[in-house]
Design a protein around this ligand. Structure first.
Ligand code: TA6
Length: 296
């Protein structure tokens, strides 16, 4: 059997050595599951809803073109994009394998794949290429965004601004109280719970209530490390990605979050550019990636 299997709305990809297996849903090109040696590294809500305007509660949703609640409108009607944009909601095209060693697959999104309700509030031309590479205990996700010079028939004159985020939901196996996140010391962050700017003095981030922080100006080459019981379990390095979001909703009323105690079994450590907007002019493109290593 080859490294790729397509089942309904999902693509299942296995690394060359068989250690890593991912399931990618075409909706949002969301990586729903990543197993290494049969151990699940991602958290997925038992009540995740697959047919809505929101992203999947779990896995790795892709946030684009805006992060968080949307305040700006790009159209005369004043209508706005939904929270976290449309990148996690749309159905991507599976473009196939681009390499067998390491196994690398691509997914694409452009205005042709967008539903009218998104096109009408975000009237820009773009291509989004999402590339997933797996080998051994490593998962790499690459993103390339382009603003084309023309759409084939006419010149494109519109620039657009965007945020990007890999909204990683990592599985926690020994309870959230055993979790610490390292690699963020000395950084400024915006605390979305208290709505204040703060500075990370402590050597690690621990979680005992709702946490929602946007760490800015990280050194992308320096791993952000999720530890359980002090042992590093997941390391995330980034390329061209400055911000890291740490989120755990704790006890909450989200209907797509189950079980209710699920906050004990997950932590979001997300890699993106969310504290500022990036502008792409016609003819420009932007590339970035994250590499996640699982220490079993
Ligand atoms: O990335 C963290 C965050 O922006 C939180 O503020 C939190 O609300 C979350 O994402 C989930 O958002 P969602 O739209 O998926 O409910």
């Amino acid at each position: 059997m080859g490294p790729v299997r397509q089942e309904d709305n999902e693509v299942i990809i296995t690394s060359h050595d068989g250690r890593s297996v991912i399931r990618v849903l075409l909706k949002g090109a969301t990586i729903l599951s990543w197993k290494v040696d049969n151990k699940e590294l991602l958290w997925l809500s038992e009540s995740a809803v697959y047919e809505t305007d929101k992203g999947i509660r779990g896995g790795i949703p892709l946030v684009f073109p805006l992060f968080g609640p949307v305040t700006q409108s790009y159209v005369a009607s004043g209508e706005k994009l939904p929270q976290h944009g449309f990148g996690r909601n749309c159905t991507y095209e599976f473009l196939g394998l681009v390499s067998e060693s390491p196994v690398t697959a691509q997914f694409g999104l452009s205005p042709e794949n967008l539903e009218d309700k998104y096109k009408s509030v975000w009237p820009f031309d773009f291509t989004l290429l999402f590339t997933v590479t797996i080998h051994d205990n490593v998962l790499k996700t690459d993103i390339e965004l382009s603003n084309p010079i023309s759409n084939g028939t006419s010149k494109n004159t519109k620039s657009w601004d965007f945020n990007w985020l890999f909204h990683n939901y990592f599985a926690v196996h020994s309870g959230i109280k055993n979790v610490s996140v390292r690699g963020l010391t000395g950084l400024d962050y915006f605390d979305k719970v208290t709505k204040v700017d703060a500075h990370q003095e402590e050597s690690e981030v621990t979680v005992s209530a709702t946490i929602d922080r946007v760490y800015r100006n990280t050194d992308p080459s320096k791993p952000v490390v999720v530890c359980e019981g002090g042992k590093p379990t997941i390391e995330v390095v980034r390329e061209n990605i400055d911000d890291v979001v740490v989120w755990n909703p704790w006890e909450n009323d989200m209907s797509d979050f189950a079980p209710k105690t699920g906050y004990n079994d997950m932590i979001c450590v997300e890699a993106g550019v969310v504290a500022k907007l990036i502008t792409l002019k016609p003819g420009e493109n932007w590339v970035a990636s994250q590499t996640i290593k699982a220490n079993l």
